[in-house]
Design a protein around this ligand. Structure first.
Ligand code: FSX
Ligand code: SF4
Ligand code: F3S
Length: 390
């Protein structure tokens, strides 16, 4: 089926069954699969593989732990206002342990966790939300009598993969803010090995969903950058795709909240926008499915760099950002990457053909995927060459 395209899949019984399960039309279901493939920057034809994987209904068991956090990751994922997204997430995964969503409590919940771990040994996904307090033997967060450190290590031991969701779990986030009284750390530090991170406070639900769909389709997690962030979502600076970028380039800035420039939608750089030093796909996939402009900068608030370690929760909100990769576009990598690296024109075309106007994730993503870390590396290489010449 992987060689079929989405249009020919429309008549497939399994697609029909999957669409019914999700209470969607067949087209809407295929539109979702095309959007996922496009978000992931997969090559032409992979959208059919995504459809096949989701239709097969082999839901990976997921154990979801909560530590030091505000539960915003879960909230953004499963908000009642977005029943379709919630349905999709719960359809592609089997959520076997989640303290916030479980109706049960106490020993029953602990038993459910142990059963899921035994029955799916070596196969379950461990999703961790929240930072891990490490000071004083980890006593600042305990669940079922165990410290967060103990619980994390126990659950990670037999997991197929570990995903740190949100900035807290990715590197410590908000709870690790100076003076970090509890010694809050990210999952990788506590486990002593790299994990996939999906930072953001809260993270974009589509980035989590796309990561899980990748696991479902290919049996592996997507390629990540040096901080464990999936490249499909965190390879471009917010500034590169920002709807206010033309104002930045033309020197038109809001100088105060509510001033004339702010009302006219000018660039928020001088109000402390960290978009120029923050890698995330917020301007392309937006947030919350509530319509156009639904992301921090779109709503008139400077980006605080919530996905970027060393920026979010560390740099003062009003401090101006460090400008990275501000080069004429001719020096940036190609917008359309080679097959298998970025979104292909083909996958965008299939998306358009099947979906008409695609919902949520896919439509805008197709226009500008690529790896701007490469541009940053080029910039750094140039700087060290210049230093060497001095
Ligand atoms: Fe909250 Fe999650 Fe922020 Fe942290 O998201 S939205 S404090 S990243 O762990 O719940
Ligand atoms: Fe957009 Fe911020 Fe960049 Fe201005 S500084 S263009 S508001 S990301
Ligand atoms: Fe966070 Fe900035 Fe996006 S604050 S949600 S990275 S626009």
């Amino acid at each position: 089926m992987a060689n079929q395209n989405l249009i020919s899949l429309e008549q497939d019984d399994r697609i029909e069954a999957a669409a019914r399960r999700l209470q969607m039309g067949r087209r809407e279901f295929l539109q979702f699969c095309a959007a996922m493939a496009t978000t992931l920057g997969l090559p032409q034809g992979a959208d059919a593989a995504v459809a096949e994987a989701v239709a097969a209904n082999k839901r990976p068991s997921v154990i979801w732990l909560h530590f030091q956090e505000c539960t915003g990751c879960t909230e953004s994922m499963l908000r009642a206002e977005h029943p379709t997204l919630e349905k999709l997430i719960l359809d592609v995964i089997s959520l076997d342990y989640h303290e916030t969503l479980f109706a049960a409590a106490g020993h029953q919940v602990e038993a459910a966790r142990k059963t899921a771990m035994t029955e799916n040994k070596g196969k379950y996904l461990l999703v961790v939300e929240g930072a891990i307090p490490t000071r004083d033997g980890g006593i600042y967060c305990k669940v079922g009598g165990k410290t967060a450190i103990e619980l994390l290590k126990e659950c990670a031991a037999d997991a197929a993969a570990v995903i740190a969701i949100g900035s807290c779990a990715s590197w410590g986030g908000m709870p690790s803010t100076d003076p970090n009284p509890t010694g809050a750390m990210g999952v990788d530090k506590v486990l002593g090995k790299p994990v996939v991170t999906i930072p953001g406070c809260p993270p974009n639900p589509y980035n989590f969903l796309s990561t899980v769909v990748h696991f479902l389709t290919f049996g592996s997690l997507p390629a990540v950058d040096h901080l464990g962030r999936p490249k499909f979502a965190y390879s471009r600076l917010v500034h590169e795709n920002c709807e206010r970028r033309a104002h930045f380039d033309a020197g038109r800035f809001a100088m105060d909240f509510g001033d004339d420039g702010h009302r006219k939608g000018y660039c928020l750089y001088k109000l402390g926008c960290k978009g120029p030093e923050t890698y995330a796909n917020c301007p392309t996939i937006q947030f919350g499915d509530a319509g156009a402009g639904t992301w921090p900068v779109g709503c008139g608030h400077p980006c605080i760099g919530c996905t970027e370690q060393g920026v979010g929760f560390e740099k003062p909100i009003h401090a101006v950002a460090k400008l990275k990769n501000i080069e004429p576009s001719a020096f940036l990598p190609r917008i359309v990457e080679e097959k298998g690296v970025g979104a292909s024109l083909g996958s965008a075309a299939v998306l358009a053909a099947v979906a008409g106007a695609a919902a949520g994730a896919g439509a805008m993503v197709a226009k500008n995927l690529g790896l701007s870390h490469k541009a940053e590396q080029m910039e750094e290489a140039k700087k060290s060459d210049a230093k060497a010449e001095v």
